[in-house]
Design a binder for this molecule. Sequence first.
Ligand code: BGP
Length: 479
Amino acid sequence: MSSEFPKGFFWGGATAANQLEGAWNIDGRGPSVDDHFTGGTKDTPRRITVDIQPDLLYPNHDGVDFYHRYEEDIALIAEMGFTMFRMSISWSRIYPRGDDEQPNEAGLAFYDRVFDCLRAHHIEPLVTLSHYEMPYHLVEKYNGWASRELIGFFETYCKTVFQRYRDKVTYWLTFNEINVGTKELGAMLETGIIQGFEGPASKIETSLQLRYQALHHQFVASGRVVAFAHERYPQFKMGNMDCFILSYPETCDPQDVLATQAEMRRMNWFSSDIQVRGAYPSYAQRFFRENGIELEVGKGDLDDIARGKVDFYTFSYYMSGTVGTHEGHAACQGNMVRGGLNPYLEQTEWGWQIDPTGLRVALNEIYDRYQIPLMVVENGMGAKDELTGDDRIHDTYRIAYLKKHVLAMREALRDGVDLIGYTWWGPIDLVSAGTGEMRKRYGFIYVDKHDDGSGTNRRVRKDSFFAYQKIIASNGAEG
Ligand code: BGP
């Protein structure tokens, strides 16, 4: 089959600083909200703690030592043929407390080295400015994005890194999975709101009012930095980043269809309607009214949102869910979100429903709505990998998952979707965002690191490494 991926299509992988780098207290980095998470399981999701607890199982802030091994890692992804690498900048490496007067030079210098190394391998960086973390001080002192003051701190941080890396980075994303901030657990990771997060996870409640207010501040911040970038650095391409969970109605009962539409709006469209179209969508008014949400909107906020429309749309895609209004509608589990079970789909070991066709549907729906270039910036399969006697990982399950999703993208391109890139989540095994575990592995590159903290951090090429290498070399034709 001939390839129909366009020439120059970006093939790569995606990571986040707090899950990858380690070195959490080195070279002047301040603690981030992520360093304060306890590990979690399905029954006890992660929580923010007051103290950093280094001896816990799942010591997330150890990462997989990319901070010291970035040259080896970048050489490996270059060997696979990557043309794009998605990574985030750790905000607290640059501004250790978030409200500091001056940036931390050692932190800035680290990303100089990483970007230079990527460039030397002809790999385009795609940089997330805030990927599920912020300086912990901002959480403690201001309750994260619940405070309007965060807008200014974020602007200062962005302006610093834009200026510093203007010749090294072109593609930027403002907030990772911003829409997850609408969910209770997601709000903790995305917006750093800890008020209301005490007590057992099952009792977690934050008000919708607080969550949507925090999000409003993020939309304004995003609008401002996107508008600033467009004006000052016209070569920059600025994107949003949403967690897209496609919803199907459980039955053809019109009530299920209506409920599905509401869920699609709440989960998938609300944030991107704002960031792509530059205004709150019409349906938001009724949702706010019926849920007692009264946003405090500052003078100029809506103009900032209108001026800061993104250039391209990016999203993570792992699963789909169902929405039903009938008795007995069973739930399935994601990390920050929940959906309904679909009997036609298989699941990963963590209960995420695998749905490559849903990716094609999603790409078409998104492109129909926005008509701007799209990137899939996260997609992947968490699984427990075992090293075999030949010091290999025979991860046929991951290869099958990858190929099916590549095929779905090819079909979407044939449908006419303007898809410009694909970055697989976690090309190097890293710490799970949802649970803090290491054993939930996504990588094409195995890392010898385990949940009890043991391991040498040695890197091993899995079978999927070679499968992805072939897919990239053939520009998506093989596989
Ligand atoms: C997304 C996050 C990532 C990543 C991925 C996999 O929601 O943006 O940071 O971790 O999900 O999730 P998990 O690590 O919980 O398996």
